[in-house]
Write a protein that binds this ligand. Structure first.
Ligand SMILES: NC(=O)c1ccc[n+]([C@@H]2O[C@H](COP(=O)([O-])OP(=O)(O)OC[C@H]3O[C@@H](n4cnc5c(N)ncnc54)[C@H](OP(=O)(O)O)[C@@H]3O)[C@@H](O)[C@H]2O)c1
Length: 238
């Protein structure tokens, strides 16, 4: 992927951080996005240690003005976009108020729509590009405590397929990766418990998701578009 530039949203932590380091190790120059500049600098150090290069761009993508301005703040066309930034909320539906509900959809859904729309245009003009959206197993199966979160991730699946249809004829591939439970910022006890429900009986490390993102983003996956790839230890297989 030497000569390609990749933007990874939510790359200051968890799956996004691992994906940024993975893409850098594959040769891409990586734009690391997040809100926390200190953690952004740390990820750039990790990328440099892996022999890669990149820079950091901050934005709170749940905020309308910051989202709208973000492509201009990035300031260059991308070969690869990984729409990873997101957050979850689990609990009984009647405990989730309208403001947190809107916040979930703003962060997990509107961001994917806006950034894909913005960056895919330039990819389409150049006739190539790869976009990887991070969905979730909650976008495939129902989780009793994850009605709103699952709704956001099912929306990501739907947008992935529709964007693939919109931009495929211009050479832009759009896919989703749907992780199962991953050890990131969430409560490890909850991640452990969810991991036990998978066929492999464990949760994943972020790097296990990042390697799949790195493949789907790369020219090695040149005939894959509109796909939603489960990386969930078999949780959604049976
Ligand atoms: N962990 C899992 O078990 C799991 C399973 C399936 C799917 N996923 C999905 O994988 C993605 C990454 O999750 P993770 O577990 O790696 O999360 P994480 O460790 O909590 O990291 C989330 C990242 O997203 C960024 N972010 C969150 N809200 C943002 C906002 N409003 N504006 C800009 N950036 C924002 C954070 O940036 P700052 O910290 O710098 O603010 C951070 O870099 C999410 O889309 C999540 O839904 C996770």
């Amino acid at each position: 992927m030497t000569g390609l530039t990749a933007l990874v949203t939510g790359a200051t932590s968890g799956i996004g951080r691992a994906a940024a380091i993975q893409l850098a190790a594959q040769g891409a120059r990586v734009i690391v996005h997040g809100r926390d500049a200190d953690r952004g600098a740390q990820v750039l150090d990790d990328i440099a240690a892996a022999g890669g290069t990149g820079r950091f761009v901050a934005a709170d993508l749940s905020q309308t003005l910051e989202l709208v301005d973000f492509p201009e703040a990035v300031g260059e066309a991308m070969d690869i976009l990984v729409n990873n930034a997101g957050r979850s909320w689990f609990g009984p539906s009647d405990a989730l108020g309208t403001t947190p509900f809107d916040g979930l959809f703003a962060t997990n859904v509107r961001t994917v729509f806006w950034l894909t729309t913005s960056f895919a245009k330039a990819m389409a003009r150049r006739g190539s590009g790869s976009i990887v959206n991070v969905s979730s197993m909650a976008g495939t199966i129902g989780l009793a405590s994850g009605v709103a979160y699952g709704g956001t991730k099912q929306a990501v699946v739907g947008m992935t397929r529709s964007f693939a249809a919109e931009f495929g004829p211009q050479g832009v591939r759009v896919n989703a990766v749907a992780p199962g439970p991953v050890y990131t910022s969430a409560d490890p006890a909850r991640t452990d418990a969810l991991g036990k429900t998978t066929l492999l009986g464990r949760a994943a490390q972020p790097e296990e998701i990042a390697r799949v993102i790195g493949f789907v983003a790369s020219p090695a996956a040149s005939y894959i578009t509109g796909a939603v790839i489960p990386v969930d230890g078999g949780r959604t297989a049976v």
